[in-house]
Ligand binder design. Structure first.
Ligand code: GDP
Length: 195
């Protein structure tokens, strides 16, 4: 995918701030530090547009990035950060649930998992919500450069098993470091927004 335009639009803290131009949205969920910002930056070929190591604790904002005047990437707050209060967790839950339940332009959810580790309880919960709301989902296993090639299959299999993943859901092994999986993920995205 050739990137001709990419810009940050808004950190939206309430639905009234979500863009109204009805461009398709690709949302990203994953635990803090899993590599969501790096993934966005790699997808759009910008070094620092998406802020890496996004401030944990900001549980209430959705970061919107507009790409090629064609699609928005919508970065959810990273979850699973230990120092978040119960109230903040609830706010996160409410915001995400409302978004998933009502957001018409949402065409695809990327569930971003660290390919080195088993999905956490929060990952399993998030995947469950996506299935419950019938959101088309792609599982992205990132940081693939950190495990040897000979172990890729084993790790992907373990992740799918733990999530009890629907075999129909695409799984992309990705590395923001090397660019591995970028073309494949753009194919999945283009396929999702053309339906
Ligand atoms: P976020 O909190 O999910 O947005 O995570 P970041 O994108 O800020 O990444 C967290 C850390 O992991 C940073 O130090 C990144 O450089 C590193 N990182 C992210 N993706 C990759 C990857 O694919 N490979 C490697 N080796 N490091 C990565």
């Amino acid at each position: 995918m050739k990137i001709t335009q990419a810009n940050f639009v808004i950190s939206a803290v309430k639905p009234e701030q979500y863009p109204e131009d009805a461009l398709p949205e690709i949302a990203l969920a994953g635990r803090s530090n899993v590599g969501k910002s790096s993934l966005i930056n790699r997808m759009i070929m910008r070094k620092n547009l998406a802020r890496t190591s996004s401030q944990p604790g900001k549980t209430q904002q959705l970061n919107y990035y507009r790409v090629n005047d064609m699609v928005y990437f919508v970065d959810f707050p990273g979850y699973g950060y230990a120092k978040v209060s119960k109230k903040q967790r609830e706010q996160f839950g409410q915001m995400i649930e409302t978004y998933l339940r009502t957001r018409e332009p949402l065409k695809l959810q990327l569930l971003v998992i660290d390919s080195r580790h088993e999905p956490t309880g929060d990952d399993v919960l998030m995947y469950g919500w996506l299935k419950h709301y019938g959101i088309p989902t792609c599982i992205v296993c990132t940081k693939a450069d950190k495990i040897p090639r000979s172990k890729w299959d084993k790790h992907v299999k373990a992740i799918k098993q733990k999530l009890e993943a629907d075999p129909a859901d695409p799984v992309v092994l990705f590395s923001s470091e090397t660019g591995m999986g970028r073309d494949q993920l753009w194919d999945v995205i283009m396929n999702a927004i053309s339906h």
